[in-house]
Design a protein around this ligand. Structure first.
Ligand code: KG4
Ligand code: ZN
Length: 353
């Protein structure tokens, strides 16, 4: 049995074929980063236009890579929200047309459910119940998952998502979009203790808040702007007459800010996940979403797992960022449960789990 997954929720056009054993047969993602990079963030109208151009080529490539035809599909699963409404509309319209023309079931999958179920695309999936930290560009939430379809939200961000904070800080530093991978790379050579950003733990709840951190980074950048943006403004650098040395100084400041910012985010995510484990008495954790691709977060989560005897499940990097294999995986659960969508399926920008 083959299921086609489709995700067009944000700025990636994704299609994948997964079989009923949760094996990924093909997984194609066409990124739009180059289109949005010059604006420092996603431009929704450009995103939906690009999805229209790419949806059929991407689905075609996923089928070819899987070595199957449309006629071999048992169902089509599509992400219907949350996300950018114009982008979602493209995937949903395509999936509806496919379901109707090939007479196969249409399955609607919540994007967050897809991220949670990316952990099942592995030879060692988690048992229920587990705590799930979903951390992406649009969401930062902790769930208790007791079974398929049984999700209890324990906490969520009250303002910026962690990935959004990465992207905004990257923009402030002039490093472009998406910010996560760039900051992740730069932080490796920076000093995480260079700046002691205060940790927004909010111990009274499992909610998150990252907008204050972004503001703290902004004011730090303003303090050091003469070094970052305008070498000539720094009398030290001017005196040195050594342009190479000057650019090294500039880079080190940026790397230190990146590493200190990242240390703050990772500390908060790891600590609050530990609290959720303690509160729920569940020693099993899954980590997913784009920010779960972060090297330091993956390392620290595994470290805490070893120290505290918590089982940690983290998908491969390509399954953390947006993809359609995760939509197909969650889709299979809906298929087994007989949860089908009709031709009246409409995407929703806001769609809680
Ligand atoms: O899950 P995702 O692909 O899309 C959403 O559902 O939002 O997550 C994208 C987010 C972006 O904010 C991006 O900057 C962040 O994930 N991201 C990372 C890394 N790779 C992607 N953040 C930190 N470190 C990374 N290596
Ligand atoms: Zn996502």
């Amino acid at each position: 049995m083959f299921i086609l997954g489709i995700d067009t929720s944000c700025d990636d056009t994704a299609a994948a074929v997964v079989d009923n054993e949760f094996n990924i047969i093909s997984n194609i993602v066409s990124s739009q980063s180059d289109i949005h990079a010059k604006y420092g963030g996603i431009v929704p109208e450009l995103a939906s236009r690009r999805h229209i151009e790419m949806i059929w080529p991407v689905v075609d490539e996923a089928l070819k890579a899987a070595g199957i035809r449309l006629e071999d599909l048992s169902a089509v699963a599509v992400c219907h929200g949350p996300g950018l409404i114009g982008s979602l509309l493209v995937g949903c319209s395509f999936a509806k047309a496919l379901s109707f023309s090939k007479n196969i079931p249409l399955i609607a999958v919540n994007h967050l459910e897809g991220h949670i179920f990316s952990c099942f695309l592995s030879t060692h999936p988690p048992d229920f119940p587990f705590i799930s930290l979903v951390v992406s560009g649009g969401h930062t939430s902790l769930y208790r998952v007791d079974g398929f379809g049984s999700y209890k939200e324990l906490g969520r961000t009250r303002d910026d998502a962690a990935g959004e904070a990465y992207d905004k800080v990257s923009k402030l530093l002039g490093l472009g979009y998406p910010g996560g991978p760039v900051i992740d790379g730069l932080a490796e050579d920076g000093n995480p203790e260079a700046i002691d950003f205060s940790r927004p733990y909010m111990p009274e709840s499992l909610d998150f808040s990252f907008s204050g951190l972004k503001t703290a980074v902004r004011s730090k950048i303003q303090d050091t702007r003469y070094m970052i943006h305008d070498e000539g403004y720094n009398p030290e650098v001017k005196k040195s007459e050594d342009v190479h040395r000057a650019s090294c100084i500039v880079h080190q400041v940026i790397k230190d800010i990146a590493a200190s910012f990242q240390a703050c985010i990772v500390d908060v995510l790891v600590r609050k996940t530990e609290w959720a484990v303690g509160k729920e008495g569940v020693k099993r954790v899954t980590l997913s979403g784009g920010v779960a691709a972060n090297g330091e977060l993956r390392r620290r989560m595994k470290e805490i797992g070893n120290e505290k005897g918590i089982e940690i499940f983290i998908p491969s990097v390509s399954l953390c960022t947006d993809n359609a294999a995760m939509i197909a995986a969650a889709g299979f659960h809906h298929l087994r449960a007989g949860n089908f969508a009709g031709m009246d399926l409409n995407p929703k920008a806001y769609l809680p789990l």
